[in-house]
Design a protein around this ligand. Structure first.
Ligand code: PLP
Length: 230
């Protein structure tokens, strides 16, 4: 087995175990391979073994991978997005994970030709380095999106705090879930808000236990460019 296949098998096994523990169905978890730090060749190797969802956090990286990978892929944009760059990618992606301000939502609404699946990014941990809307402001923010016919809020996204403290990470994920539940209960047609984009290489099993529907995995899955070619 190639290294990349081994890594994928290990992650799938961990997903299954976390689902079993949480009494969830692994089919309800979308595994997004974050390829931002590797070449198109390595990204292609993942697609070749069955990975269907790829994530990039910069426009340039996204466009490069899209140019080089011919197979059908669900492209996820997971990074900070400058408003002026929206038009360059909005027609090429499946899902935008990083709606974090009104000016961005407005531009997405203007440029998209049909409702775009979006996550609202929330800064739950409060770390200054992280983008996202303050938790207290998320409900009002989403209510304002009602006017935008091309924004479809499928859920909330956050990044875990930079810590080894499993408890702190879990608290961040569970408070995002509670916020998600509150918004979902409103049954807004433009914002069903049933999904949670949480969990990266170091914390995805915790994220699954706390309700992740989309996990964004980079290093644990894609390896690094400095490795031997496989
Ligand atoms: C890089 C990145 C990831 C993946 O991180 P790993 O720790 O490599 O798994 C997930 N989400 C976002 C928003 C990222 O920028």
């Amino acid at each position: 087995m190639k290294l990349v296949e081994q890594r994928l098998a290990t992650i799938q096994q961990q997903i299954n175990e976390a689902c079993e523990k949480a009494k969830r169905n692994p089919e309800d978890i979308t595994l997004i391979a974050v390829t931002k730090s590797v070449s198109s060749k390595r990204a292609q190797a993942l697609v070749d073994i069955g990975v269907e969802d790829l994530g990039e956090n910069r426009l340039e990286g996204l466009l490069e991978k899209q140019k080089n990978i011919q197979n059908p892929v669900n492209w996820h944009f997971i990074g900070n997005l400058q408003t002026r760059k929206v038009k360059e990618l909005i027609h090429t992606i499946h899902c935008l994970h990083s709606v974090d301000r009104m000016s961005l939502a407005k531009e997405v609404n203007k440029r998209a030709e049909q409702p775009m699946d979006c996550f609202v990014q929330v800064n739950v941990s409060g770390e200054e380095s992280k983008s996202g809307i303050e938790p207290e402001e998320v409900e009002a923010f989403i209510e304002q999106l009602a006017a935008f016919e091309n924004i479809h809020v499928i859920g909330l996204m956050t990044m875990a705090p930079n810590t080894d403290d499993e408890c702190a990470i879990r608290n961040v994920f569970s408070s995002l879930r509670e916020l998600r539940d509150k918004i979902a209960a409103k049954q807004l047609s433009y914002a069903p808000c049933t999904k949670l984009s949480i969990g990266m290489s170091n914390d995805f099993t915790i994220a699954i236990e706390e309700g992740a529907t989309h996990i964004r995995i980079g290093t644990a899955l894609v390896g690094s460019e400095s490795e031997e070619d496989e």
